[in-house]
Design a protein around this ligand. Structure first.
Ligand SMILES: *[C@@H]1O[C@H](CO)[C@@H](O)[C@H](O)[C@H]1NC(C)=O
Length: 454
């Protein structure tokens, strides 16, 4: 009896990878740094444009490089490149250029990611089309089609595996009706009709498990890797049967950021990616709660990578937003100026945030160029924000919640303390790959790496 129990425990340990962790402990446990690379950065204009020479200095720090993003072809259910000219073009296609980097960085494993909130199409009248990711799950023939085509993409272009960043429906953000009080009290209404994300989530959850099982079976003979990414604001409990799927996965990347964004929450600014729960907030909107959910559902700690963003989320402060900057900040608007490098509404890359913080160039600047005040929470639990109150005319107000090298390192510290697998960085192209901020390239990536291994 005791003997078979011991054997069972040993088998379980082996299955969960805990054994490998123990053996590795002589040289310190292995923590992974998973670097996401959004290839759409290759075709940007100006300082946001990132080419392969810009990417390379990052690779010495990454254990995995994940190329984003492939997508799905509607109706045919095929896995496809979202930009064939960029990804596939004979000779100089980026898929091959990137997987060839393994010759130079032999320890780097390179995966292709599918979905990732990048596979968005609008119909002619700009209405949202039915979610093709759910349509595929509902269709067994579609599933086979997907498995075959994704396997062929991965094999043909020399990837070491696949990351499935499935575009499940997201939690619906709360609307603010009057003042903050009603916003926070409103959480009890989560079960009312308005907040049902997907009426068939139970079916989709089972079908997703079947999909991962089929992909894993197709990959097994070639020893290809399989991971999944939980996209921000996707509710794991609705779509991931953790105890079932974890058997098929080498690791999971939890997109534990963007809990608040100007797009989702245009009227209230708040910490976008706190490590721990804040009082009077939804108790699920923090890294710790997301991680604990997977742990509680028997996911081995060693398979969990905590997602860390390399960017900030800006709101515009109005003259009604007050001048303390203390979050949550009400009476804001989703009208912060667009960043010069990213040229995207509602997001600032780390170098763009850095340029707004006090530095030599803006020390004496006024108005729209005056430096923001940076506020770091000294307990290192919630993250960092910076703000500039609106002037008397109601102009130049701004509030931005962001990750910087210090707060990112705090998250790496959390990973160590909790013996998790590592960090997944979203993504390299929003870190300071040019070294514009302090002359050092990839400061967020470096800060994470340093804390993970030391
Ligand atoms: C996620 O789904 C569960 C039900 O499975 C629900 O209790 C929880 O409130 C949801 N979380 C969010 C943030 O909507």
């Amino acid at each position: 009896m005791m003997k078979s129990l011991a054997l069972l425990v040993l088998t379980l340990c082996l299955a969960s990878g805990a054994w490998a962790g123990k053996v590795g402990q002589q040289q310190g446990p292995q923590r992974h740094l998973v670097c996401f690379y959004d290839s759409s950065s290759f075709v940007k204009e100006g300082l946001g444009k990132m080419v392969i020479d810009d990417l390379e200095p990052a690779l010495q720090f990454c254990d995995y490089l994940i190329y984003g993003y492939a997508g799905l072809e509607r109706d045919s259910h095929k896995a496809v490149s979202l930009n064939e000219q960029l990804d596939l073009d004979l000779g100089k296609g980026l898929f091959r250029t990137v997987t060839r980097l393994k010759r130079k960085y032999p320890n780097l494993r390179i995966l292709l990611s599918i979905g990732g909130d990048k596979d968005i199409e609008k119909s002619e009248n700009a209405k949202d089309l039915p979610n093709k990711y759910l349509e595929l799950l509902e269709n067994p023939t579609g599933r086979t089609r997907f498995v075959n085509t994704v396997y062929s993409l991965v094999k043909t272009y020399g990837f070491d595996g696949l990351d499935i960043a499935w575009q499940f429906p997201k939690n619906k953000p709360k609307k603010v009706h009057s003042g903050l009080g009603s916003l926070w009290k409103g959480f009890k209404k989560v079960f009312s009709g308005d907040f049902i994300v997907d009426e068939r989530s139970e079916e989709h959850k089972e079908q997703f498990t079947a999909l991962l099982r089929d992909v894993k079976n197709a990959f097994r003979p070639d020893n290809l890797l399989l991971s999944t990414t939980v996209l921000p604001n996707v509710n794991s409990s609705l779509f991931f049967d953790v105890p079932a799927v974890i058997n098929y996965l080498d690791f999971v990347n939890i997109g534990a950021f963007d809990f608040y964004t100007p797009e989702r929450n245009p009227e209230v600014a708040d910490y976008t990616a706190p490590l721990y729960e804040l009082s009077d907030r939804n108790p699920e909107f923090n890294v710790d709660a997301q991680v604990k959910y997977w742990l509680r559902n028997s996911c081995p700690a060693s398979k969990i990578n905590v997602g860390v963003a390399t960017y900030g989320r800006p709101w515009k402060l109005t003259d009604d937003s007050g001048d303390t900057g203390v979050p949550p900040v009400a009476k804001v608007v989703d009208e912060a100026p667009v960043g010069a490098n990213t040229q995207q509404h509602g997001i600032y890359s780390w170098p763009e945030v850095c340029a707004l913080l006090p530095n030599q160039n803006n020390a004496y600047a006024k108005g729209a160029n005056a430096p923001l005040t940076k506020v770091r929470d000294s307990a290192k639990r919630f993250g960092t924000y910076a703000y500039r109150a609106a002037d008397k005319k109601g102009d130049n107000g701004i509030w931005v919640s962001f990750e910087d090298p210090d707060s990112a390192a705090d998250k790496a510290g959390y990973v160590r303390t909790n013996n998790l697998g590592g960090i997944a960085l979203f993504d390299l192209s929003f870190d300071d790959f040019r070294g514009l901020c302090t002359n050092e390239k990839y400061p967020i990536l470096r800060a994470i790496k340093y804390r993970l291994v030391n």
